[in-house]
Ligand binder design. Structure first.
Ligand SMILES: O=C(O)CCC(=O)C(=O)O
Ligand SMILES: [Fe+2]
Length: 197
């Protein structure tokens, strides 16, 4: 393994696990097509360092208790969970041993859509949140960089049907992003399951 791309297990102060075959590809495609067509996708404005931008992707929020979620100066009002999303929520809880109340869906329409450097460290998520991230459709690179040690960074391809779990102190020590790419890429849907307190 090259020095520039250490594996997830080699990263200090980082607890991230990737299960590549969490969903079999056929089921994952069924879910992808249903979500692509049936989700009430929206594009919101966000404030980054005081400037307002259209978010470079589409999103939708679901919550079992109807709680809204605020990040980057944006408050998203949730939809009630659908049976499909609730089924995934329960399966991911069983696989991870964690509980989830919220699902944030991201749709990256093409390589021009992205998700900039951030950590999922809002107070409403609690101290060391467990965040479960399911990927469907096109493969995109998930980049990680340490907040202090600039020599520590890596990139992991998130493939169709894979489940990435971020937990422990990861959000306090590391930032993550999905960068834009010049490659021609099909749409990708990402579901992040979180617990809101
Ligand atoms: O699309 C992804 O894989 C990451 C999504 C993400 O980091 C987020 O929604 O907080
Ligand atoms: Fe995130």
């Amino acid at each position: 393994m090259s020095k520039e791309t250490p594996g997830l297990k080699d990263l200090p102060e980082c607890d991230i696990r990737l299960t590549e075959d969490f969903l079999d590809p056929r089921e994952a495609w069924d879910i992808y097509h249903t979500l692509l067509e049936e989700t009430p996708w929206r594009q919101d404005n966000v404030k980054v360092f005081g400037k307002v931008y259209a978010q470079p992707r589409l999103t939708a929020l679901y919550d079992i208790h109807g709680k809204s979620y605020t990040y980057s100066g944006l408050t998203l009002n949730p939809h009630p969970f659908t049976p499909l999303l609730d089924n995934l929520r329960k399966r991911i809880a069983a696989a991870s041993g964690a509980e989830f109340s919220t699902c944030l869906l991201n749709l990256y329409r093409d390589g021009n859509d992205s998700n900039g450097w951030h950590a999922d460290n809002e107070a409403a998520l609690g101290t060391n949140p467990v965040i479960a991230s399911l990927s469907l459709g096109a493969t995109r690179q998930f980049k990680l960089k340490h907040r202090e040690d600039k020599s520590l960074r890596t990139s992991v391809p998130l493939t169709h049907g894979s489940l990435l779990l971020m937990q422990g102190e990861t959000q306090h020590r590391w930032l993550h992003q999905i960068p834009k790419t010049r490659k021609a890429v099909d749409p990708r849907i990402n579901l992040t399951f979180r617990r809101l307190y």
